[in-house]
Design a protein. Structure first.
Ligand code: NDP
Length: 298
């Protein structure tokens, strides 16, 4: 009988992960089916209980359940504990293990963005949600010495800083209020700029005005499109990358956790490109109903 892997989120209909993971299973000759489960928070405990059965290799978890799922899991790995969020589940018998592959996904994207240059030590991060936590954890692990986090609701950025207090004790991790003049002055002191807000996901708008973008930055947007933010940054003379590399590598890391095999990266990248060309978007950040709105508002 085929094994099953499920993506649990709300909504999930537009997910890119299905196409990417199914192509990977098929290419690797693994008899497994990747299913999309749209489940509300109330349905989440039942969905997680089901995944304990033998027929499941594991699961992915996406918006809005990445944090809510933590207490339902038996053991969390370092990335999941550090970020307080789980996006991948594996099984050890009937016990479930929670992982956060957004962290290695971000690290792979950062490495590619930096290329042959020396890894910078300063970064500005816009946003303080689940994606931003994976970014900040990755930056701390890469040895960054100064990270400034800006968020619309300052208290959420402050909460993020408190969350990382221990792992960031040796360096400077600061939350700052969202004022354009302060962002501008921080951008003058940094090399890496990451957009981890969902601004630009559903409308052609940028989190910050083009005029305050200096030249020569390395700029990453977690959103999987060529957003206005990236177009502005490129026009200002920066090197830019969208969220597809992070998505691909978080998926590859999950595939390896479920199967114990190296992921067929090229196959997954091709399936991702095809799904995108067909108009699919990831479930990540797809706003849907009250629950997603609450999650986005913090
Ligand atoms: P969350 O809902 O946890 O966080 C959303 C963030 O966006 C918060 O910082 C929020 O600020 C900010 N925000 C949203 N709307 C506005 C607005 N109108 N004005 C100012 N700030 C706003 O989402 P995630 O962190 O999970 O995801 C963020 C983005 O990253 C999404 O676009 C998602 O698609 C992408 N992502 C991509 C991944 C990849 O693999 N490439 C992986 C994970 C995420 P506030 O706290 O003030 O509300």
């Amino acid at each position: 009988m085929s094994k099953r892997v499920v993506l649990i989120g709300h909504p999930v209909a537009h997910s890119l992960s299905g196409a990417m993971q199914q192509a990977a299973f098929d290419a690797a000759g693994i008899d497994a089916i990747y299913e999309l489960w749209d489940r509300t928070s109330l349905q989440l405990p039942d969905a997680i209980a089901q995944v304990r059965d033998d027929e499941y290799l594991g699961a992915n978890v996406t918006i809005p359940h990445k944090e809510r799922v933590v207490p339902l899991i038996d053991r969390s790995t370092e990335d999941a504990v550090a970020t307080g969020a789980i996006n991948t589940i594996t099984r050890e018998g009937r016990r479930l293990v929670g992982h956060n592959t957004d962290v290695p996904g971000f690290e792979a994207a950062l490495d590619k963005l930096v290329g042959r240059q020396k890894m910078p030590r300063q970064a500005v991060v816009l946003g303080a949600g689940g994606g931003a936590r994976a970014v900040v954890h990755g930056l701390i692990r890469e040895g960054f010495l100064r990270i400034v986090v800006f968020n619309r609701h300052l208290h959420r950025a402050e909460g993020l800083v408190r969350h990382f207090a221990k792992s960031a004790a040796h360096m400077e991790l600061k939350a700052m209020p969202w004022h354009e003049s302060i962002i501008e002055s921080e951008l003058a002191k940094t090399k890496i700029l990451v957009n981890a807000t969902s601004i630009g996901l559903t409308a052609d708008v940028s989190p910050i005005p083009a005029e305050i973008l200096p030249s020569g930055l390395l700029v990453l947007d977690l959103i999987y499109n060529r957003t206005r933010f990236l177009r502005d940054a490129e026009a200002a003379g920066s090197t830019v990358m969208d969220g597809e590399t992070m998505l691909l590598h978080q998926g590859a890391a999950a595939f390896t956790l479920w199967t114990g095999q190296a992921a067929p990266l090229e196959v997954m990248a091709a399936a991702l490109a095809e799904a995108r060309a067909g108009g699919l978007r990831s479930a990540e950040g797809e706003p849907a109903g009250e629950e997603a709105a609450t999650s986005a508002a913090g």
